[in-house]
Design a protein around this ligand. Structure first.
Ligand code: WTA
Length: 660
């Protein structure tokens, strides 16, 4: 658990101008209770606000828990909802995406592209046509997408959604190995990638990385390469095609009728890290997913046609799927999309962008905020950001200090919250809801659960804890946007999320609830590490380490970091004949970066002669963490293993001696 700051339970902030609009938490709780007790009716009323080709026969099929199906019998299409609907309306000539590339020339962004809903409609149709007629893709096929943050990325996702083709996006910071694993698990037929992408002024050679992955991905028949950089890349004849060449002969105004997709048909797979084992392919449906996005865009972001919305995430993660691609476009919002690093070439790049386009809604991460804080407030205050009226953060707990600072330097009149949710939930679950009923803010809290979301905090025995007591976060009732399953592994889905406590969803987070019904998510209760908000499993890092010839055993834990929230540290036992050295450290670090991707960088690697283990051979990560952070062992009464308190203490002391 990474949080160790005091929680300001009592502090209540009401943004100036909201005095009359803010409701007391008790009122919120009463309304929330009615809607959540009647959750099927509530979610049905939200779903009715979307346009369906065919209405559902049943709101929720709960005959086979936990494999819930929402809006059964209903048919819809997300590409139709996000694009056609607006292109047919007055929004046709409204900006959908204002895209800014990373490169700067003469102090100005070198490339800015504005795509209206009409433009988006044209491009999505053309790419869908190309997918169907040139690549031969059809409903139910899977494709993989490994692309930079350029408009073609959402266009490819929307085109796939139009055809009912299931897509899996792989974050462009992942390595060849990670890409290959995800392609193989999803059995993707086509890979969409690019010749490269810009990151901090340097080219990330995406095609080169993809080529390495493609050596071991037999399912991929064709590769489509977007020219983003214009560099020379290796093109395999009969397999690789340039995006623009495939589109050359597709008419500008071609129309591809959107598939009538069933509500419970899969829309996408997104791989995410868990406690053990390889990454899990979380499968999301279509109708439930659309419904939670619509509800949260309305309630959490309070979007209006006059807004300029900016979510600074990368589309490679769930936040980008839900709150750059599908959520905002469903609502017909004008949004900013930015290609590169927030602090490149100067620390105020992000603030310059927010000012340039008059951003009114800003969705970013605690890591980014803490980084801005380090650079100092003058980088922010030299820009006028008073246009921002709503801000939220996501991905990890936000410390009250960072919360207060960001609110002050951006706009003290804004609403500011920390939205809790995860890849698995599809959309935001716990958050302040200025578009619904706003309750007072508290620095660092996630606020109350959204309407229809039945959240609670339980102890080890599965009983609700008292207010302000730490326990495990759970969601009791099914909600639209929940996973269909883990791709190809129903059993693992049940085991991971629905088995710790009978019949309720277990996200894997520690939380406390206060007397106002606000939740404070404290961090992961399992071995997932959140590095700069990015989710990494200890397993992925450890298995990369032990594939190195010098490594006999390895254990990885996350330790607190003032900017990134958490950073991974490795403990490594070397094989006979290998000796600890700085050089080997460097080698292991770059080895893992190669295996997993640049996001997997160790803050430190420590060589030890043995790892602390339980009798059954489980690594005692708690011991490692305590030693590394110089902290006491804490409560040892709830041991998951038969190992005695004495053994743990001994292991702790031994490791301490060895490390010092
Ligand atoms: C953490 C990201 C505290 C949490 C959308 C969760 C948060 C994991 C918050 C999911 C928040 C996300 N406050 N913790 N506002 N938002 N988390 O799947 O530990 O990348 O379980 O989804 O991020 O990470 P994921």
């Amino acid at each position: 658990m990474s949080v160790n700051w005091a929680l300001p339970f009592e502090e209540k902030l009401i943004p100036p101008g909201y005095e009359g609009k803010v409701v007391p938490p008790s009122v919120y709780q009463a309304v929330h209770k009615v809607l959540t007790d009647n959750y099927k009716e509530y979610w049905e009323s939200v779903a009715k606000e979307l346009e369906w080709f065919k209405p559902w026969e049943k709101v929720l099929d709960d005959s086979r828990p936990p494999f819930y199906k929402w809006f059964v019998g209903g048919e819809l299409n997300l590409s139709y909802l996000a694009v056609d609907r607006h292109a047919k309306s007055w929004r046709k000539n409204k900006a959908a995406i204002i895209w800014e590339g990373e490169p700067i020339e003469d102090g100005k962004p070198k490339e800015v592209r504005v795509l209206t809903y009409g433009d988006l409609y044209r491009e999505v149709n053309r790419v869908a046509y190309m997918m169907r007629h040139v690549l031969g893709l059809k409903k139910g096929d899977t494709i993989a997408i490994y692309m930079p943050m350029v408009p073609e990325l959402p266009i490819v996702m929307l085109a796939a959604a139009r055809l009912g083709v299931i897509f899996t996006v792989i974050f462009s910071g992942f390595s060849a190995q990670a890409l290959a694993d995800r392609i193989n698990d999803s059995k993707a037929k086509v890979l969409f990638t690019a010749d490269g992408s810009w990151r901090r002024g340097k080219v990330v050679p995406l095609k080169e990385i993809a080529d390495k992955a493609l050596e071991s991905t037999p399912s991929v028949q064709k590769v489509v390469v977007l020219r983003r950089i214009g560099n020379n890349v290796n093109m395999v004849s009969g397999r690789d095609y340039y995006f623009d060449e495939l589109l050359k002969d597709v008419p500008q105004n071609v129309y591809v009728e959107p598939e009538r997709v069933k509500s419970e048909d899969p829309l996408f797979i997104l791989y995410t890290s868990g406690t053990t084992g390889k990454p899990k392919g979380i499968v999301h449906d279509t109708g439930g997913y659309a419904t939670i996005l619509h509800a949260t865009m309305k309630y959490v972001f309070d979007v209006r046609d006059t807004d300029v919305y900016w979510c600074t995430a990368d589309i490679g993660w769930i936040t980008g799927h839900s709150y750059i691609v599908f959520g905002p476009l469903l609502e017909g919002v004008t949004e900013v999309m930015y290609e590169g690093a927030m602090d490149y070439p100067e620390p105020d790049r992000w603030a310059a962008i927010a000012e340039r386009y008059g951003v009114t809604i800003l969705y970013t991460s605690p890591t980014a905020i803490r980084m801005f804080m380090r650079y100092g407030e003058s980088w922010v205050t030299k820009h006028n950001l008073r246009s921002v009226r709503i801000m939220h953060s996501v991905g990890e707990p936000i410390n009250p200090e960072a919360f207060r600072w960001f609110l002050k330097v951006v706009n003290p009149n804004a609403v500011f919250g920390s939205t809790w949710w995860m890849t698995e939930t599809g959309g935001i679950m716990i958050s302040h809801a200025p578009g619904f009923l706003l309750v007072p803010m508290k620095p660092g809290t996630n606020g109350p659960p959204m309407p229809g979301v039945d959240a609670d905090v339980l102890n080890d025995q599965g009983n609700p804890v008292k207010d302000r007591e730490r326990g495990y976060l759970v969601i009791r009732k099914p909600w639209p946007g929940m996973p269909l399953t883990i791709w190809g592994d129903d059993e693992r889905y049940v085991k991971t999320y629905w088995s710790k406590f009978q019949g309720v969803f277990y996200p894997g987070d520690f939380a406390v609830k206060d007397e106002d019904g606000y939740f404070w998510i404290l961090g992961r209760a399992d071995e997932v590490i959140k590095v700069a908000g990015h989710r990494l499993g200890t397993y992925e890092l450890e298995s990369a380490l032990i594939q190195h010839k010098a490594v006999a055993e390895a254990a990885v834990v996350g330790i607190p970091d003032p900017v990134k929230g958490e950073v991974p540290v490795a403990m490594v036992v070397l094989k006979q004949g290998y000796h600890p050295s700085e050089e080997l450290k460097r080698e292991l670090n770059s080895w893992v970066r190669e295996q997993v991707g640049p996001i997997a960088s160790f803050a430190d690697i420590k060589f030890v002669t043995k790892l602390p283990k339980t009798r059954s051979g489980k690594i005692m990560r708690r011991v490692i963490k305590a030693v590394l952070t110089n902290a006491p062992l804490g409560d040892l009464t709830t041991l998951e293993d038969e190992t005695s308190v004495e053994e743990i203490k001994r292991a702790y002391e031994e490791l301490r001696k060895e490390i010092s």
